[in-house]
Design a protein around this ligand. Structure first.
Ligand SMILES: Cc1cc2nc3c(=O)[nH]c(=O)nc-3n(C[C@H](O)[C@H](O)[C@H](O)COP(=O)(O)OP(=O)(O)OC[C@H]3O[C@@H](n4cnc5c(N)ncnc54)[C@H](O)[C@@H]3O)c2cc1C
Ligand code: SF4
Length: 329
């Protein structure tokens, strides 16, 4: 590991100034479960490391009944999995947190770090100077691309690795970003970027910007949500494909709904056409085959990952059947 200057700012403002000053050569550090691996493997070689752990007020979960759930960026994933109000009102989020990584990693890893974690592409994590690292080739195109994206890719084909973000987007979550002298709150659907928009970063954060909170609207009693994750191994593992959905059910129909896929694209993947098709879907005798055919219709798989398309579609149907139990199998 290359030597670096270590900062322990006391306020968000101080952290923001430090990171803005040397943005290209500084890295933010929360639980460190992702950053430390990147530093040890020499994938990132920052001159400055800015530890966020001392920042006050970012380690709280605030639940306002009927209004919103606000989670500080330094809240641990384990806390989310175990929080009684989250388990009760946001079961999909608690499920996704409980299925994230291993107990040790959930005890260290924060929600801010989870949504901002870097890609897991094995070329990116390995000794390959690929496009995302400033090189001139994506090794996944002609190489081992079983786990890469099937949609939204090009010229880089990473998949977004977080379990939590898929659920957060289905629940309509927003992310608050703070910098010295300003702040903004954006929906998660606008927080992540595709490689064609920015090849080197996975989100919209600019110099000095820090994620401070995640806000999720509290669902009414007619809303149901769920999360399904397909892993290759029955122990801790990243999702090969995952799906989250939230649906509002009234008068024997889905009034509105959102479906978001993980593991298929460089960001949590949501399709407006699919959400529109959900609207008005009857619980009884619903035409699920139409939905299935619509999902990931524009996908362009690489040589080894076409299997992800039927997997994602079938996972989506299984989840909808869980959420709408009257649908015949
Ligand atoms: C073996 C292993 C298995 C894993 N399995 C899964 C899995 O199944 N599902 C899953 O979702 N994840 C998985 N992960 C990823 C893990 O969840 C993340 O490493 C963790 O959530 C990152 O949180 P952290 O606080 O440790 O972040 P750090 O490692 O401290 O930071 C991660 C990134 O986020 C940035 N960052 C951190 N906080 C902020 C902030 N507040 N504002 C702006 N940027 C910030 C950092 O600069 C860095 O780029 C796994 C990781 C490992 C090592
Ligand atoms: S998919 Fe992206 S990160 Fe992976 S080798 Fe290609 S350019 Fe690099």
């Amino acid at each position: 590991m290359k030597p670096f200057v270590y900062h322990q700012p006391k306020s968000i403002e101080e952290a923001s100034v430090l990171s803005a000053k040397n943005w290209e050569e500084a890295v933010l550090f929360a639980g460190g479960t992702d950053v430390l691996g990147l530093l040890k493997d020499g994938i990132e070689e920052p001159k400055e490391v800015i530890n966020l752990k001392g920042l006050e007020g970012l380690d709280q979960i605030d639940f306002t009944k009927g209004k919103e759930l606000r989670i500080g960026a330094l809240v641990k994933i384990a806390q989310i999995a175990e929080h009684p109000a989250i388990k009760q009102s946001f079961p999909a989020l608690a499920q996704a947190a409980a299925q994230t990584a291993s107990p040790q990693l959930r005890n260290m890893g924060t929600i801010g770090g989870n949504i901002c974690q870097r890609p897991r592409c094995w070329y990116f994590r390995g000794d390959f100077h690929c496009l995302r690292k400033g090189g001139d080739e994506c090794f996944a195109v002609e190489g081992e691309n079983k786990y890469h994206c099937v949609i939204g890719g090009g010229p880089c084909y990473i998949v977004h690795p977080s379990d939590l973000t898929v659920v957060l987007q289905a629940l309509g979550a927003k992310v608050t970003i703070v910098w010295k002298g300003g702040q903004k709150t954006v929906p998660t659907s606008q927080f992540f970027v595709l490689p064609e928009e920015d090849l080197y970063r996975e989100n919209i954060l600019k110099p000095g910007e820090i994620v401070t909170h995640i806000h999720i609207p509290v669902p009414d009693s007619k809303m149901k949500s769920g999360y399904l994750k397909f892993k290759e191994r029955d122990v801790w593992d990243f999702a090969v494909v995952s799906v989250a959905a939230s649906v509002r059910i009234a008068n024997g129909r889905i009034e509105s709904g959102r479906i978001v896929f993980g593991g298929v694209a460089p960001k949590p993947w949501e399709e407006e056409t699919l959400n529109r098709e959900l609207k008005g879907l009857p619980l009884k005798d619903a035409d699920l085959q139409k939905l299935k055919a619509l999902a990931l219709k524009e996908a362009e798989p690489l040589e080894q990952n076409a299997y992800k398309i039927p997997l994602a579609r079938n996972l989506m149907l299984s989840l909808l059947k869980e959420l709408m139990p009257i649908i015949p199998n």
